[in-house]
Ligand binder design. Structure first.
Ligand code: BDR
Ligand code: CA
Length: 330
């Protein structure tokens, strides 16, 4: 039976690629999408999710708006990274429709009380901290919680030490990680140590276009701004696509490797949003996270392309040359 999954996101260019990937997989049933403010303000994130569902021919999937601001901090969007429309200034056609009466937290609670369901969280953890506050039992029913966020040894991407999703709402991340500790469960932390290795290069993009003109043109359109941003910010020719790795890891954990550890969140001061990973067990506290430290970019891109282009992995014969031994940036 297909695994039921809810995707929580803040689309966002890489969130959109992650949604495209998840919606192309036969192994999971995406039963709903919840939006959190992050890269884009909440209404823009909601509109962008519709645009992606429209592109994928999946307007049957419900979308729910969640938190429109972080729990305690002032909201700071990431439109400098994702463009003024949150989708790389692609200015795609607006998609009408969709009922917005039920809120994300209410939808999550309703579904989680019905039976097994996992979550792939691609934005700040605000909706999940609120779920813990409002309906702990529902949160505890989450089968697997895979979260793109945090970093262990790699530097931050919005401060020297913090990754954006956890920096944006550190109180929410703190509540979720602390709750995992209290319940003896583990959140699966897909942080910058691994996502930085997932670089969509101009060659890979050209390859995608050669294999599928429509999909290639769409990806080029929404990533152009992201390519430019990475050039000016990191002097990188290509763009780091963080969020799809969380989907790939959910689908096949063998794409990444890591270790269990206790993780604490810093909520204030210059280290705001930092994930303190107690890799050497100084604190002897329960391991509330599985922290990913290694990934296989070739395996990732094989899965990504096979899914979004509906190809057999074996037919992607050029991929190995295009990835080579590149490990992204560190
Ligand atoms: C994360 O922040 C956002 O910009 C991306 O969508 C990703 O979820 C990377 O730090
Ligand atoms: Ca995101």
């Amino acid at each position: 039976m297909k695994k039921r999954v809810i995707i929580d996101c803040d689309p966002g260019i890489d969130d959109s690629l992650a949604l495209m990937m998840a919606l192309s997989s036969d192994a999971i049933d995406v039963i709903g999408i919840t939006i959190v403010c992050g890269n884009s303000p909440i209404d823009m994130g909601f509109e962008n999710a519709k645009k992606i569902l429209h592109h994928m021919g999946r307007l049957d999937i419900p979308i729910y708006k969640g938190a429109d601001r972080p729990l305690a901090k002032e909201y700071v969007n990431a439109l400098d990274t994702h463009g003024e429309d949150g989708l790389g200034e692609s200015f795609l056609e607006e998609i009408a429709g969709y009922d917005t009466h039920e809120q994300a937290v209410s939808f999550l609670a309703r579904i989680l009380h019905q039976g097994p369901c996992s979550v792939i969280a691609l934005g700040p953890l605000t909706n999940f901290a609120q779920l813990i506050q409002e309906d702990e039992k529902a949160f505890d029913a989450i089968e697997r919680l895979v979260s793109m966020g945090g970093t262990y040894r790699s530097h931050g991407n919005c401060s020297p030490v913090a990754e954006y999703n956890y920096w944006e709402d550190p109180e929410a991340a703190e509540i979720v990680y602390r709750h995992m500790e209290q319940t003896g469960k583990q959140i699966e932390m897909v942080g910058l140590d691994v996502t930085r290795q997932i670089v969509l290069t101009p060659d890979l993009l050209s390859y995608i276009e050669r294999l599928d003109e429509r999909q290639g043109a769409f990806i080029r359109k929404i990533t152009k701004f992201y390519f430019d941003f990475h050039w000016s910010q990191e002097h990188l020719i290509g763009c780091v696509i963080n969020d799809p790795l969380a989907v790939a890891y959910f689908l096949d954990p063998a794409v990444c490797a890591g270790f269990s550890s206790h993780v604490d969140l810093v909520t204030d001061g210059p280290a705001r949003g930092q994930t303190i990973v107690d890799a050497f067990d100084f604190y002897h506290r329960s391991h509330n996270a599985y922290v990913l430290t290694k990934c296989d970019p070739l395996a990732f891109f094989q899965m990504f392309l096979a899914l979004i282009l509906h190809k057999e992995k074996e037919s992607l014969d050029l991929l190995e040359n295009l990835i080579g031994d590149r490990k992204g940036i560190s």
